[in-house]
Design a binder for this molecule. Structure first.
Ligand SMILES: *Cc1c(COP(=O)(O)O)cnc(C)c1O
Length: 314
């Protein structure tokens, strides 16, 4: 079904002025619903679950989680039952993300913040496994060992599509960056843009996902000054800069992940971080469904952004 996601050159006066070549890997176009890195991370997780004869999949997320949304649709497509353990109160079930997830058959369990914090705790996971026997448990964000080879296919595709110096990607839980690092094997410079504050924690997460090979990879770093106040935080000015870029290029960046990567790129270019002639790739990790939730919560003005419409039977 899917081959390579498109690679597109972005024309922009700032890039021309600094003699930079900037291209974008459009993982947001992989699938109308399961777009971006969540599709990549789930690919081998779900094939493993099916091969091993699991009767369902279970995972964790916040009430507007891109991962939960993607998992719900992917399981619906593969006719695998699924359950989401959701941080927060049951009233969130009616929000745009979770109402779609339920329309595809996902069942939800709402837990309070203390319980949600146990999502990596072995005893808690065993308890959940006892409640949902034969369900394959996928960690929050889909970031586990089986996520890495799926994300790594981005590098294989890019190697066939172009040559480049630096690849940039937003970092949430670190699974995507870890997959890129493992597959790239020191060929290029990999720049992760942390979208939340805990950067030391993120470095540890990435190293842990890389496992015993972590020490062999040197060409990566996580930039920690572009989170703009923390996860899902951004200013009106940030929004206006992203929207202006969206209008100029016809590509939709959202302000939680891809937009923070974009603003980091623009700031780095202003600081002359990249030498002339440098070839940069941005990984558009998708997540545009999240615009619906931002608009629903009044965090963005929906009319300014192309908020994807929900069609129940796509
Ligand atoms: C989850 C997500 C990320 C972060 O990926 P991690 O593997 O968690 O670091 C980036 N972009 C989008 C759109 C996401 O949904």
């Amino acid at each position: 079904m899917q081959t390579h996601s498109p690679l597109q050159t972005i024309q922009h006066p700032l890039f021309a002025k600094h003699k930079l070549e900037v291209k974008i890997k459009r993982d947001d176009l992989i699938h109308p619903i399961i777009s971006g890195n969540k599709w990549r991370k789930l690919k081998y997780n779900l094939s493993f679950a099916k091969e091993q004869g699991f009767k369902g999949a279970l995972s964790f997320g916040g009430s507007y989680s891109n991962h939960i949304h993607a998992l719900a649709f992917a399981c619906y497509q593969q006719q695998l039952p699924c359950r989401g353990i959701i941080r927060g109160e049951s009233q969130y079930a009616a929000n745009c993300t979770l109402s779609q997830a339920q329309s595809w058959g996902m069942e939800l369990t709402f837990v309070d913040r203390q319980t949600y914090r146990l999502r990596h705790d072995q005893a808690y996971l065993q308890e959940l496994q006892a409640l949902y026997p034969d369900y394959y448990i996928i960690p929050e964000g889909g970031s586990n060992e089986l996520a890495l080879p799926g994300v790594g296919e981005v590098i294989m595709e890019l190697n066939e599509q172009t040559d480049f110096d630096t690849l940039m990607a937003p970092v949430g839980s670190g699974g995507t960056l870890a997959g890129l690092i493992a597959a790239d094997n020191n060929q290029h410079q990999l720049l992760g843009v942390a979208v939340l504050k805990q950067q030391d924690y993120l470095i540890q997460e990435v190293k842990q996902l890389l496992g015993s090979n972590a020490g062999q990879h040197h060409h990566w770093q996580i930039l920690n000054t572009f989170h703009r106040g923390g996860y899902a935080r951004f200013s009106e000015d940030d929004c206006q800069r992203i929207l202006a870029f969206n209008r100029q290029t016809g590509i939709t960046f959202e302000p939680v992940y891809s937009g923070k990567m974009l603003l980091a790129l623009l700031d780095l270019i202003e600081q002359e971080y990249f030498p002339p002639g440098h070839k940069i790739i941005l990984l558009h990790t998708g997540g545009l469904q999240g615009l619906g939730g931002l608009s629903e919560r009044g965090l963005i003005k929906g009319k300014d952004w192309s908020v994807p419409a929900f069609k129940a039977d796509t």
